[in-house]
Design a binder for this molecule. Structure first.
Ligand SMILES: Nc1ncnc2c1ncn2[C@@H]1O[C@H](COP(=O)(O)OP(=O)(O)OP(=O)(O)O)[C@@H](O)[C@H]1O
Ligand SMILES: [Mg+2]
Length: 256
């Protein structure tokens, strides 16, 4: 075929050089060599998104400790990425301030009892007394505090979408992952807000990998390993040992 012009549509991710240098220095400082740098939501997406979802259009949000990392896929390519400076830390801080607890107690309470299941008014929401150490807390109060922050976060996530025609742009909806996606009732509440499909992205069980890692909190870690196994042709000849020395046995199991 003859042609006069060759175009490419590409998604470029930039990062502050000092942040990248500091991170690289820390990893090298513990004796691990780095093969590649991958933006966190792209790695998480490897572990929790289905190929059909990436093809049709899907938004993934990884709710971490201090950030929520977003990636949108369409036509099998990443077309948008973004990082919001809100995560589980802010939820725990709200609980700590709202209920007068230490941050550690608030964090523990959230992980143990955190639930934002929406109440649709059919029956009164059951209020229970939750006990954590010497603290007694109303389940209703806890869930009200968490829900307020989660509602705000879900709205901010969706506002990041570059195209507001959701049904057309992301027919596969929103996939929530990361440790923060472990909150009870999160998918239901988010669906009530956004009115399109929402599911929780849990990494799949992989041969040779403990089932304990089938938790949204491990989406990025497992995704990093899957990324390497799926893009192994991109390995540079210079990259030796290091993190690959640790990951390779696992990857060999994936390939079987
Ligand atoms: N069962 C749970 N219920 C609610 N929140 C949880 C639960 N388990 C973990 N979290 C929250 O998830 C957050 C940590 O998630 P994750 O491990 O994905 O973060 P991270 O990747 O280390 O952080 P970041 O992506 O911001 O660098 C913490 O705020 C933690 O409180
Ligand atoms: Mg994370």
């Amino acid at each position: 075929m003859h042609g006069f012009r060759l175009d490419v549509e590409t998604h470029i991710i930039t990062a502050a050089a000092t942040s990248v240098q500091n991170l690289t220095k820390c990893i090298r400082g513990i004796g691990i060599e780095i093969d590649d740098l991958i933006l966190e939501p792209l790695a998480a997406a490897e572990a929790v998104l289905e190929p059909e979802e990436r093809l049709d259009g899907v938004m993934m949000a990884d709710i971490g400790g201090s950030t929520t990392d977003i990636a949108v896929f369409k036509d099998n390519s990443v077309c948008f990425t973004s990082v919001l400076p809100i995560g589980g830390y802010q939820i725990s801080r709200d609980i700590s301030i709202g209920l007068g607890l230490t941050f550690e107690a608030a964090e523990e309470l959230k992980k143990k009892f955190g639930d934002v299941t929406p109440w649709h008014g059919e029956e009164p929401e059951q209020d229970r007394e939750l006990t954590l150490g010497q603290h007694n807390v109303s389940s209703h109060d806890l869930s009200e505090i968490i829900r307020a922050r989660v509602e705000e976060l879900v709205r901010l996530i969706v506002m990041e979408l570059p195209d507001k025609d959701y049904a057309h742009f992301i027919p596969s909806g929103l996939v929530l992952t990361g440790g923060g996606a472990n909150l009870g009732g999160l998918a239901e509440l988010s669906h009530d807000i956004v009115r399109f499909p929402v599911r929780i992205g849990v990494p799949p069980a992989l041969p040779g990998v403990s089932d304990a890692l089938c938790d949204p909190a491990y989406a990025t870690s497992l995704g990093l390993m899957l990324w390497r196994s799926r893009n192994s042709s991109a390995q540079t000849p210079q990259a030796k040992g290091g993190i690959r020395g640790f990951v390779s046995p696992v990857l060999r199991m994936f390939r079987q």
